[in-house]
Design a protein around this ligand. Sequence first.
Ligand code: FES
Ligand code: FES
Length: 166
Amino acid sequence: MTDRVEISLQVNGVRHSLSIRPWRTLLEVLREELALTGTKRSCGEGQCGACTVLVDGNAVNACMYLALEALGRDVRTIEGPAQGDAALDAIQRSFVDKGAVQCGFCTPGMVMATRALLQDNPLPDEDAIREALVGHLCRCTGYVQIVEAIQDAAAKLAGCAERAHE
Ligand code: FES
Ligand code: FES
């Protein structure tokens, strides 16, 4: 009798067939089975946000989320937005431009949280941004640059949306 299960996971639009132990977290499977190491592990207990990915558009802590829970769902990681394209996406570009990336360890989680935020609230005010960042720890930046980066990305993306409707 085996303690492994066969699963199929959709990550960044690509379907993967895997054989895993059922207690493996989504973070472990992303990093160790799929080599998607852009998603970081820091606390490993849901406290820091470094492991944030999107599942069906919602930000989740992948260290606290079983891979089995993602069956039939759409998983997006930091590798997703610019996949197949060397360019950074708008949110990533704003993080770089505004100096919101220093050591960079928190950045993938911050970017994915921003992605979830802007899907729900395209032009968030500072309070909404800070609320979305609760549970995301950054030891380097002091958060001011991160808030500015999110405001910058929101303005750029909203401008793009407006132009698309002109
Ligand atoms: S590593 Fe998942 S929340 Fe810290
Ligand atoms: S940039 Fe270093 S932890 Fe955030």
